[in-house]
Design a protein around this ligand. Structure first.
Ligand code: ADP
Length: 371
């Protein structure tokens, strides 16, 4: 039997995993998650072929090491002799790397330098790598980076209007959600070749939200930047704001840097605007005018940013929606598209996100490449 590839996506309170067969079509075998780490942990798994589901509560003190050990033990028993040949980790920041890379101790030390740029994701992503080393020291591990799809942005998209003194120290625009956009590019290449070669604004709208202007499978521009705070307003993140507002909050309102960080990452966006929730389903169902305002604001800024991407692309042939909001919230898509009705006609697609398959494909390509 072919060995399998295990994909892992570790967050602050969850560990998501999928198993793919390491044959050319990368068959999806099963997927699951441990949620509620630090609270009431639960293990859930779904078998693709039989649609069978299993779930089980885990002990309250389950951390990332224990969660990973549980998943590996479960896979050992359940995988019916199928050996795990490699693991792929979703890692939000890859520095300047433009594709998946094998994770060696020095690579992980280097990636740790980017923790301040992605404080909500990078530390948990790297903790899972170290936990897997402890559990399985000889298993080959690869990093798949959300920044990689944007690694070749041109200087107009990559630079901030700042002097060389800080630009040279890495204060530049990186972009995120790249694994989602790599999957969208793959779908377009395969199923919509005309659009693949055209001018496409892809919108990943979930709890995190961004746009990517793409052409021929290449990122031309994107709304997230040095950090995943820039661009569109999100579930709890502010998106782009006046940089002077940050100085004002610190220097005049007396907020500490940590308090501003929490405000911008955790209490802003749809949650801050509505005062109700970060969740679009809740906001759509609410009769409260603040909920409506938050959604209008989100749609307004997203439509403005799509029009901006049309400038980066020299026109617009298609808009692709993905992510939890992009895929499911038809009223929000409508609110965005209504605001773009003044543009010449363009195609609209809704494609389900599948970052894990993008990861599997990247790692399979690295494994197949001559050493
Ligand atoms: P994450 O970025 O955490 O992966 P998702 O991509 O799952 O998030 O997106 C979560 C968002 O998608 C939430 O705001 C949620 O309300 C919204 N969403 C999911 N399903 C629906 C639905 N059926 N209708 C409207 N919004 C939905």
């Amino acid at each position: 039997m072919n060995p399998a590839l295990l994909t892992l996506n570790a967050g602050s309170s969850s560990l998501k995993f999928r198993l793919f067969g390491l044959s050319p079509d990368l068959p999806y075998i099963l997927g699951g998650k441990v949620t509620g780490l630090g609270g009431q942990p639960e293990f859930q798994v779904h078998w693709q072929e039989t649609s069978r589901d299993e779930s089980q509560a885990l002990p309250a003190n389950t951390g990332i090491d224990e969660a990973l050990a549980f998943v590996l033990g479960w896979l050992d028993r359940a995988a019916q002799g199928r050996r795990i040949g490699a693991a792929a980790h979703r890692i939000v920041h890859g520095g300047g790397r433009d594709r998946a890379a094998e994770l060696l101790p020095e690579t992980v030390d280097d990636l740790a330098a980017y923790i301040p740029l992605a404080p909500q994701h990078q530390p948990h992503n790297l903790a899972a790598v170290r936990a897997l080393w402890r559990a399985h020291p000889r298993l080959r591990q690869f990093g798949c980076f959300d920044t990689a799809f944007h690694a070749h942005l041109g200087p107009l998209a990559a630079r901030m209007a700042l002097p060389d003194s800080v630009t040279d120290k890495g204060v530049r625009r990186y972009g995120y959600h790249g694994l989602s956009y790599a999957w969208i590019a793959d779908c377009l290449r395969r199923d919509h070749p005309g659009l693949f070669a055209g001018r496409v604004a892809a919108a990943h709208l979930g709890n995190g939200a961004s746009l990517c202007a793409m052409r021929n499978g290449q990122s031309v521009d994107t709304t997230m930047s040095l950090t995943a705070l820039d661009g569109l307003p999100m579930g709890t993140r502010s998106g782009a704001i006046d940089p002077g507002a940050i100085l004002h909050m610190q220097k005049t309102l007396g907020l500490t840097a940590d308090a501003v960080e929490r405000l911008l990452y955790e209490d802003s966006g749809l949650k801050g605007l509505s005062g109700i929730s970060n969740d679009v389903r809740t906001l759509l169902a609410s009769p409260d005018p603040r909920a409506r305002f938050a959604l209008e604001y989100f749609a307004h800024k997203t439509a403005q940013a799509i029009a901006g991407m049309a400038v980066s692309l020299g026109g617009l042939d298609g808009v692709v929606f993905t992510g939890g909001i992009g895929e499911n919230a038809e009223p929000v898509r409508r609110m965005i598209l209504d605001r773009l009705a003044f543009l010449p006609p363009f195609e609209v697609l809704v494609l389900p996100a599948n970052e894990e398959r993008a990861m599997a494909a990247e790692v399979a390509a690295v494994l197949a490449a001559p050493a």
